[in-house]
Every structure is written in structure tokens, then in C-alpha cells.
Design a binder for this molecule. Structure first.
Ligand SMILES: [Zn+2]
Length: 490
């Protein structure tokens, strides 16, 4: 039987009655006599198994010399009673009843240490169940839902654009790259000081001290200062967008999307970025690299930001891909009909994309300093793509990517005319998901090597990675609280 709120209230009510009765040295029989009720009925009431009528409740209150409200208070009367209630509640919950383990009567005979341990075990059981529900598959489903929502909205969120514009303007921004100083001023205007420390908890990208108005960030000397501005803005975004601690993977991912969007909308504010892009479109000279350089952001950030603005403001549908050197998709977005490979849940992350797509062909080039342009004929039409390759430090990027990767922005053939690189002669044909396209070895190679090849497989680390310990979603509160304590002003 699932425990309802009413049931829980009955348990607390029963414990309060029992507490007051025993405090007055009354037996069940004695109380029964005073209220003219059978002791067995009172026992049921005290155990939360029977709801007393109002008349009986009044009599009990009178007999115990307290107001009725005293009986109905939601507070357990003592630590012991709180534990008994918790044990009772846990044993009535489906998580326990499905185990087939006999229940323990939370009576006064149970020693306190046993009670403490049982309740502790039940709480841990519930916590682990909660974590197990947040399986990688759940996370993938939640992530897919979010991607589809973003694609349906052309990845444009006017409310975040508006609040970002308001805040950067208030901090004195007028155009070009948003300086670190301006970001610090934005923080200041919201009552926060930015502090750089080299001992951030490993489970957190930034930590905000709400009590003292401080935002702790990694050291300012970290290579790539733009990442720091973005981290600071993302920390502010949690406050600006009034986020609560996420209770599910879906919420956690949505918050990540929102803070990333807000940071991007501050780093390349709409009121400056859109005129810039419109002018480039007029000149038929759109290029991600120029957009990147004009606002001093990373290539990936520029490509992603383009997806926020290009469809809504320029009428250009487009796709974005971040692909590893192994061909696996790390992040993808498309509102132009590009067919991503998907798993059974509809997730695209981790899927191998076609070898013929620009995102993978770009790795084959010797000269990787410049943008790589390619037309690709697919079953869904012809796309023009612009790809830039790069590599992360071995420790990986802020989102866990590591090694070589490529960033691609592409558009349907009809929209290639607005972009620099449209005159490329590179043209490939992709018939994926047809396995004959690029997934099967060529027939003559199969003939020569079939049965003669024995590669020893590399195991992907994330397969065995356990879900993080501690509070959801993987932030170690012990580490975070100790950190805040150490840095807090006296
Ligand atoms: Zn293919």
C-alpha cells in the first residue's frame, strides 16, 4: 500500500497521542476509560491505522489536557517518535513492500541505536533507488527531448535574449567582445564578487556562496580566458533565471541548456550580433570564423550561437555538429532536415556519423588551419558544410570532450549562397544509413582480410563509469560545503 500524505499525518497524530499519554503515566486502558473507548481502538489510532472521529479526538485532547491543535501538529513529539514515524513510513512504501522482507514493528521495545540504523538504511536504500532511476538511458531520453524542443523553436529563446541584453547594457557594453571586466561589473550589479581559486571542488565547475555574495571560479590563468567569462556568466545565469537545485536529470540538463544560452547571449548579444550577421549575409560573406573573431569567443561557441540567431533573424535553417576523431557525434543540432543517426531512444550523442560527411572528411586533410568546405549529397538532399578541426588538452574540455574534434556548421544547398566557401569544388555522396555507404568494408578488402584480422578492442571509459556519489546530480556537498567554509569571510 503506497503511503499517502494523509496516512503519514495519521502516523504522526498517533505518535503524538501516545507520547502525551505515556508522559502522563496513563495506560491504554486508563485512557480508554476516560474517553469511553475500547483500548484496542485507541491502539489502532496510536499506530496510525485508524482515523479517529472528531468527537473522539476532542475527548482524547480533554483527557490529556491539551488543545486539539496540539494533537494535530505535524511535528513528531520527539527524536524517537520521528524515527518511529520514518521507519513506519519507509516500511509502508512500495520500495520496501516489494522486497519481501519482514517488517519490524516500530515499538518502544526497539532500542534507539537499532531504530537509528534501520532508518539510516531505509534512507540510503531510497537514495540509491533515486540514483538508479537516473540511468544513462533516462539521461539520454531527457537530452533528446530537449534537443527536439530546441529544434522546434529554431533554438531561439527570446526571454533569455532579452534578459542578457538588459544586463550587458546595464554594465556598459556597447559592442565587440564582452570583456572580463564587464562580466565582473555585471556580477557586481547583481551583488556578487568573482573570485578565482585553484582548489574548486572537483565535482563543480563553479561554486556560488549565496550567503556572502561570492562566485568562485577556476584560476584566471587557465588557458582560454573566454571559457572563464562563460563560466562566470553561467554561474550568474542560475541566479538570473531563478534556478532551484535540479531534482531530475531532465531538470539538470534543461538548466545547463538555459545557462549556456544565457552566457552565449551575453557574449554575443543579439542587438550587436544580428546586425553584424545581417551585413555579412547581404555581402554573401557569412563565416563562423569571422563571427567568432568579432566577439572573441571559441569556434564552437560561435557555431552554437549562430544556431540561436540564423533561422530566427536571417531565415537560414542550419545544422551544427561536434564530432570526435573517431567519428562519434558529441553534440548535434539540426532544423534543416539533416538526418542524424539515432539509437533506439532517439538519442544522437555517441552515434557514428557518415564517413563522407564534412565533419569526418575534414580529419583527412593535411592542412587543418583553415575552414574546410564541402557539398554532400544525402538521401535528404544536398547540404553545404563548413568544418573546423581542433583538439583539446588531454584532460579534456569543460564538458568532458577530449582529443581531436571537428566543429561543423552546415545549411541546405539553397542557403549556401550566403556563405564564404560556397564555391568549393569538394563534393561527396552519402547514402547512409545504407550500410553499403561507408559502414561495410569494400568487397575486395573483405575478401582479402576476412578471418585474418584480430583487433584488440579499446573500451570506452564511460561504459564502466559509475554515477557520481553524493547529492544529485553528482555534486559532492561535503566537498562544496568544506570549500565554502574555508573561503568564507569571517
Ligand atoms: Zn555513410
Amino acid at each position: 500500500m503506497p503511503s499517502s500524505g494523509l496516512e503519514t499525518d495519521l502516523i504522526t497524530l498517533g505518535r503524538r497521542i501516545r507520547h502525551l499519554r505515556t508522559a502522563r503515566g496513563l495506560t491504554l486502558d486508563a485512557l480508554g476509560e476516560r474517553v469511553s473507548s475500547a483500548p484496542s481502538l485507541l491502539s489502532l489510532v496510536e499506530n496510525g491505522r485508524r482515523e479517529p472521529r472528531l468527537g473522539l479526538l476532542r475527548s482524547i485532547a480533554e483527557a490529556l489536557d491539551v488543545p486539539v491543535s496540539e494533537l494535530l501538529s505535524p511535528e513528531p513529539p520527539s527524536r524517537r517518535a520521528a524515527l518511529e514515524i520514518a521507519l513506519d513510513r519507509a516500511q509502508r512504501a512500495p520500495l520496501f513492500t516489494t522486497l519481501g522482507v519482514p517488517a519490524v514493528k516500530p515499538s518502544q521495545k526497539l532500542p534507539m541505536p537499532v531504530l537509528e540504523q534501520l532508518v539510516g538504511l531505509h534512507e540510503e536504500l531510497a537514495r540509491r533507488e533515486q540514483l538508479a532511476i537516473a540511468t544513462p538511458e533516462e539521461a539520454r531520453r531527457a537530452n533528446t527531448e530537449l534537443r527536439l524542443e530546441r529544434e522546434a523553436r529554431d533554438n531561439h529563446y527570446p526571454q533569455f535574449e532579452a534578459v542578457a541584453e538588459h544586463l550587458v547594457r546595464a554594465a556598459g557594453y556597447t559592442g565587440g567582445a564582452l570583456t572580463h571586466r564587464t562580466v565582473a561589473r555585471m556580477a557586481e550589479q547583481m551583488g556578487f564578487t568573482l573570485l578565482h581559486v585553484d582548489d574548486l571542488p572537483r565535482s563543480a565547475r563553479s561554486v556560488t556562496d549565496l550567503r556572502n555574495g561570492r562566485i568562485y571560479l577556476p584560476p584566471a590563468s587557465t588557458p582560454g580566458g573566454h571559457g572563464l567569462r562563460s563560466l562566470a556568466l553561467q554561474a550568474l545565469a542560475h541566479r538570473v533565471l531563478e534556478h532551484d537545485r535540479p531534482r531530475s536529470y531532465g531538470e539538470f540538463l534543461r538548466q545547463r541548456v538555459e545557462i549556456t544560452y544565457f552566457a552565449a547571449a551575453c557574449l554575443a548579444p543579439q542587438f550587436v550580433a544580428v546586425p553584424f550577421l545581417q551585413e555579412r549575409k547581404r555581402d554573401r560573406d557569412l563565416a563562423v570564423e569571422d563571427f567568432r573573431d568579432a566577439f572573441g569567443i571559441t569556434h564552437e561557441a560561435a557555431a552554437m550561437r549562430l544556431t540561436n540567431l540564423a533561422t530566427h533573424h536571417l531565415g537560414i535553417p542550419l545544422h551544427f555538429l561536434r564530432v570526435g576523431a573517431d567519428g562519434a557525434l558529441f553534440r548535434g543540432y539540426a532544423n534543416d532536415g539533416l538526418p542524424f543517426p539515432q539509437d533506439v531512444t532517439g538519442a544522437i550523442e555517441g552515434q557514428l556519423i557518415c564517413r563522407r560527411w564534412a565533419a569526418r572528411e575534414a580529419f583527412e586533410r593535411r592542412d587543418r588551419a583553415t575552414e574546410f568546405y564541402q557539398y554532400t549529397d544525402t538521401p535528404a538532399g544536398t547540404f553545404w558544410c563548413s568544418t573546423q578541426t581542433g583538439s583539446m588538452s588531454p584532460s579534456g574540455g569543460p564538458d568532458g570532450g577530449s582529443g581531436a574534434f571537428s566543429i561543423t556548421v552546415g545549411v541546405p544547398y539553397a542557403h549556401a549562397k550566403w556563405f564564404r566557401g560556397r564555391d568549393t569544388q569538394v563534393r561527396r555522396t552519402s547514402t547512409c544509413p545504407d550500410p553499403a555507404c561507408c559502414q561495410r568494408p569494400a568487397p575486395q578488402l573483405t575478401e582479402r582480410w576476412s578471418g585474418e584480422a584480430w583487433p584488440s578492442g579499446r573500451m570506452h571509459q564511460q561504459i564502466l563509469a559509475a554515477l557520481p556519489r553524493g547529492a544529485f546530480p553528482g555534486v559532492d556537498d561535503a566537498e562544496v560545503y568544506a570549500f565554502l567554509d574555508k573561503h568564507a569571510p569571517d
